[in-house]
Design a protein around this ligand. Structure first.
Ligand code: AMP
Length: 288
């Protein structure tokens, strides 16, 4: 691991240093904001840091590529790791402390806890990455316990994850306010993602159509189409554009439960996961 003391903002891998820093801030009655990430930071992540800044006096960001949310064969080893440039971006965005723990500290030998959050974790991502939300829930619960923030900002880019975290905080009585951050996009609509770095030039061109398909899907729902018809249209377009479609679905925006048949009369969300070569893209938008 690189030398964290050489980074352009206070940074630590040590739980003791994290706790001490946060305890000092608490003694000063400062409000603590937290933004967990896996690094390879882009403007989307930085917008969450700025949002945390607006809602808290001090901001902690974590960078941890969490092994428990990757299945064997997924891109854990290939996931981009760019700590130095990430640190410079965090410093510029107004982050006060970077916490970058190592896996052997987060998951020591013999680690055996697991955490299942039901509700919004059912279906969608879970149908294709059954291990995923258990991995996310355990790492976010641990990071919440370590940082003990007052607020935490999560991106709507990972909408199902945002609802799962909200559910976890409610069900476990964690005294943390979860604030949603809007999805930042490229000019052509592609949602910013660390995984966009995997796309070839040709794939990058095609990738933008995901947001167009979702926007048309959301528009159809808003203009009174049956969701079944709108979803069928969106699926046909996505199947044409992408090598594989894991899902493209309309769900209840609050719970991610399936919609009742016919036109949507309640706030809905359209969500999709598709593949281009080795890259899996996910995106979602509000509808109705
Ligand atoms: P990750 O590093 O991919 O785990 O993401 C860390 C946080 O950044 C999560 O809360 C994501 O939802 C959020 N995020 C990722 N991409 C974007 C984006 N394009 N706009 C806003 N937030 C994002």
């Amino acid at each position: 691991m690189s030398d964290l003391s050489a980074l352009p903002l206070p940074a630590t891998a040590e739980l003791g240093v994290l706790r001490q820093t946060v305890a000092d801030w608490r003694r000063q009655e400062l409000k603590i904001g937290f933004v967990p990430t896996m690094g390879a930071l882009h403007e989307g992540h930085l917008s969450l840091i700025r949002q945390a800044r607006e809602n808290a006096d001090r901001v902690v960001a974590s960078i941890f590529v969490n092994p428990t949310q990757f299945a064997p064969g997924e891109d854990f080893d290939a996931y981009p790791r760019t700590l130095e440039t990430d640190a410079a971006k965090l410093a510029h965005a107004g982050c006060d402390l970077l916490y970058a723990p190592v896996a052997s500290d987060m998951y020591p030998e013999g680690f055996s806890a697991s955490l299942t959050i039901g509700g919004p974790s059912q279906g969608l991502e879970t149908d294709f990455r059954p291990h995923f939300f258990q991995g996310v829930a355990i790492v976010v619960a641990k990071l919440f316990n370590r940082v003990q923030p007052d607020i935490a900002v999560f991106g709507e880019k990972d909408y199902q994850q945002l609802l799962v975290i909200r559910h976890m905080v409610r069900d476990l009585d964690l005294p943390i306010e979860i604030i949603p951050g809007a999805t930042l996009r490229e000019r052509d609509g592609l949602a910013l993602s660390s995984r966009n770095a995997y796309l070839s030039t040709d794939e990058r061109r095609v990738a933008a159509s995901l947001s167009e398909i979702l926007a048309a899907f959301a528009h159809d729902l808003s203009t009174g189409f049956d969701w079944e018809t709108a979803q069928g249209k969106a699926l046909a377009k996505a199947a044409n554009a992408f090598e594989r479609v894991d899902y493209i679905e309309a769900r209840c925006a609050e719970t991610l439960a399936p919609l009742p048949p016919g036109p949507a009369h309640q706030p809905a969300r359209v969500l999709a996961a598709v593949w281009l070569g080795k890259t899996r893209l996910i995106d979602n938008m509000p509808a109705v």
